[in-house]
Design a protein around this ligand. Structure first.
Ligand SMILES: *Cc1c(COP(=O)(O)O)cnc(C)c1O
Length: 382
């Protein structure tokens, strides 16, 4: 007889998981049979495929999403004293990349429904020091790029899209990542597609593209020799094994996104009927959502920590996505932010809960998560 602990382990549903098939394994094996483990043909194939998928001229693969964002901020010419407008409701990397270049993140509170930057409040934060806007397509839902790009054009600002959670998402029929001067996608194993670690920058600007290729490769110029460094660069290269994963996953991207969309649909159908749980609103101009995580908002009177703890006892992990960036300890130390600075972000962040979510989740498992959530909430209300 298995122990109760072992049975719980068996029933435990993972929070996320990659979707790897024989195609990925075959391509990775093919790389391992060549002498080219870095800077070979696979990265170039991955870049060609990604540029064409997003609809930009150039793509530069990099070691992760954070390094891609850093290079975009550098390309936009952000330096000490310069300001970049972004959202406090995101993963910390989307503001850290501004700090790497000595710039100042200027946060704008979010829309309480889509959880994306509130475009109506951007322009009042533009100053003579503003260099760029860095919108984040949070949880895979595109920002209002039509209005955001209009502001950027009017105020002559660069736009860097943090599309790290939004591979394949579309706004008014156009893929995210195709709007800004530069855009970054990330491929950590919990994202819609993965390269293990990895990211990619897309742009139409050939000068940016050349700069990215140099900066990711220790500041070498295209035609220089191996030990000739033109500028301060980094090692932000993506290896051939990761690139092979990327090539295979990009071939399967529609399948990957469709599976996730189906899982999200199973969740929404069930959760809309549970009192105390709110599902995400999708903007009417979003023509395709690319589901990164499945996040619900609990009613304010529910104790989220208790809900998480009791779900865990049922074998259902969950996470409070995200803690506002401005309330991360070192942002408080460095900039003096305090609770109340961005009230909508804070109110949302107090009640969000990310449930187990990935393409391989089965309908019975979604049913189990939803039943567990209903039971846990029922106990708290009753
Ligand atoms: C995942 C993610 C990144 C960057 O991720 P890496 O782990 O560096 O690949 C950046 N911004 C957002 C919003 C993300 O979700």
């Amino acid at each position: 007889m298995p122990t109760i602990a072992a049975m719980k382990e068996l029933r435990r549903i993972p929070l996320s998981g990659p979707d790897i098939t024989d195609l990925e394994i075959a391509l990775v094996n093919r790389v391992l049979r060549t002498p080219y483990l870095s800077m070979g043909p696979m990265i170039e194939e991955f870049e060609r495929a990604a540029a064409s998928f997003i609809g930009k001229k150039y793509a530069a693969a990099v070691s992760n999403g954070t390094s891609g964002l850093h290079l975009c901020v550098e390309a936009a010419g952000v330096g000490p004293g310069d300001e970049v407008i972004t959202t406090p409701f995101s993963f910390v990397a989307s503001a850290n990349c501004i700090l790497y270049e000595g710039g100042t993140p200027v946060f704008v509170d979010i829309d309480p429904e889509t959880l994306n930057i509130d475009v109506d409040r951007i322009e009042e934060k533009v100053t003579s020091r503003t260099k760029a806007i860095l919108p984040v397509h949070i949880f895979g839902q595109p920002c209002q790029m039509d209005r955001l790009m209009a502001i950027a054009q009017r105020r002559r600002l660069r736009v860097i899209e943090d599309a790290c959670e939004a591979m394949g998402a579309e706004f008014e029929g156009r893929r995210v990542g195709s709007f800004g001067d530069g855009a970054v996608f990330a491929f950590y194993p919990n994202k819609q597609m993965t390269t293990a670690e990895g990211g990619i920058i897309v742009t139409d600007d050939v000068e940016w593209f050349k700069l990215f290729r140099s900066l990711r490769n220790q500041g070498r110029d295209e035609n220089g020799t191996w030990l000739h460094h033109t500028r301060l660069g980094y090692n932000y290269r993506l290896d051939e094994i990761s690139s092979a994963l990327g090539v295979a996953q990009l071939q399967r991207i529609d399948e990957l996104l469709n599976k996730r969309e189906a899982v999200a649909g199973w969740y929404t159908d069930r959760l809309e009927q549970i009192e105390g749980v709110e599902t995400l609103r999708i903007d009417s101009k979003v023509s395709r959502m690319s589901w990164f995580v499945y996040v619900v908002m609990l009613s304010p009177e529910l104790d989220r920590n208790r809900v998480m703890g009791e779900l865990e006892e049922c074998g259902v992990p969950s996470r409070p996505y995200f803690t506002p960036i401005h309330l991360q300890p070192f942002y408080i130390d460095r900039f003096g932010f305090k609770p109340g600075d961005f009230p909508i972000t804070e109110a949302v962040a107090r009640r969000t809960l990310a449930l187990p979510f990935y393409g391989g989740l089965k309908e019975e498992e979604v049913e189990f998560v939803c039943r567990s959530l209903r039971a846990v909430i029922g106990r708290q209300c009753g």
